[in-house]
Design a binder for this molecule. Structure first.
Ligand SMILES: Nc1ncnc2c1ncn2[C@@H]1O[C@H](COP(=O)(O)OP(=O)(O)OP(=O)(O)O)[C@@H](O)[C@H]1O
Ligand SMILES: Cc1ncsc1CCO
Ligand SMILES: [Mg+2]
Length: 280
């Protein structure tokens, strides 16, 4: 099957299956994440209380762990939910928000990755480098340090890094930025969808990680293809939202247009928009 046909099939599968996605996520972008999951045709449920997450994750198809505003209670909730998801064979998506920016974030993200059967890690380059032990200097969770972003010049190097990280971590990785790299241990793909405006609002990465949960719930053994489709979905929506921007529009409108575009995307529209290429 071609890459674009696979993206199309995955997007339609999410809308057909409407999986429940358990998100333990940050309080900055939690509503955006819930709406993004709904916009992709799935259903979100947010729960971080350790005494609640066991039951909640049991009724879901995937678990998303986002450490954006981690605290002792949410970390405990992530561990209980992660253990239950592992027991049930539910895919786990990890968003290591701000890994590298503080000791607690780096240690927590690394511990979750080491102790849980994480299926997919989605983060920006500085966060993934921090997980890989290359502690890149992070400038805050909404800013990619320019030296850590993947651009046209360093795609080949980023692909090698991504495949190596995926091999060591035993999972799929989606490293986002101006160009996204999605890889498992043997194959890496560059996704040239998206808009710089996605970096001007908070939560486009968190929303993508939540979308990854919806796609992962329907992935079966095809986690790489599912991650690629989720990344294309967010990137294509980012472009469509940018195209709608008028003279009086700013980042508030962009956020709304982005949600509109996520919700309007179909398998066919994503296949048409997908700018995906394998990187040797
Ligand atoms: N300059 C850019 N050009 C094109 N697409 C971009 C750009 N910056 C970000 N994106 C897109 O925005 C989405 C989020 O990626 P990003 O790397 O900004 O996540 P993040 O750093 O985790 O964001 P946040 O922490 O705000 O949630 C991805 O779909 C990515 O492709
Ligand atoms: C701004 C911010 N701070 C912690 S989480 C978050 C949302 C973007 O990741
Ligand atoms: Mg982020």
């Amino acid at each position: 099957m071609s890459l674009t046909a696979s993206v199309s099939e995955r997007a339609d599968a999410v809308r057909a299956a409407a999986p429940l996605v358990h998100c333990i996520t940050n309080y900055v972008t939690v509503e955006s994440c819930a709406n993004a999951v709904l916009a992709a045709g799935a259903s979100p449920i947010m729960s971080d209380e350790p005494d609640d997450v066991d039951d909640i994750t049991s009724i879901c198809g995937a678990l998303v762990l986002n450490i954006g505003t981690l605290n002792k209670q949410t970390i405990a909730g992530m561990k209980v939910a992660g253990a239950k998801a592992a027991e049930l064979g539910h895919p786990i998506v990890l968003d290591p928000v701000g890994a590298g920016a503080s000791k607690l974030r780096t240690a927590t993200a690394c511990e979750l990755l080491d102790t849980l059967p994480v299926a997919l890690v989605r983060g920006n380059m500085s966060e993934i480098k921090a997980l890989a032990g290359n502690a890149a200097a992070t400038q805050g969770v909404d800013v990619n340090p320019s030296d850590a972003v993947c651009d046209e010049d360093d795609i080949a190097e980023a692909a090698v890094f991504a495949r190596d990280f995926a091999a060591k971590a035993g999972c799929v990785v989606a490293i986002t930025g101006p160009i996204d790299i999605v890889a498992d241990a043997t194959r890496a793909f560059a996704v040239r969808n998206g808009s710089p405006l996605q970096g001007r609002i908070t939560g486009s990465g968190c929303m993508l990680s939540a979308l990854c949960g919806a796609y992962a719930a329907c992935a079966g053994d095809a986690m790489l293809e599912a991650a690629l489709a989720a990344v294309v979905h967010m990137g294509a929506a980012g472009q469509e939202a940018e195209a709608r921007m008028g003279d009086a529009d700013g980042t508030g409108s962009y956020h709304t247009y982005l949600m509109d575009a996520i919700s309007r995307a179909t398998g066919a529209s994503l296949a048409e928009a997908a700018a995906v290429a394998e990187v040797a």
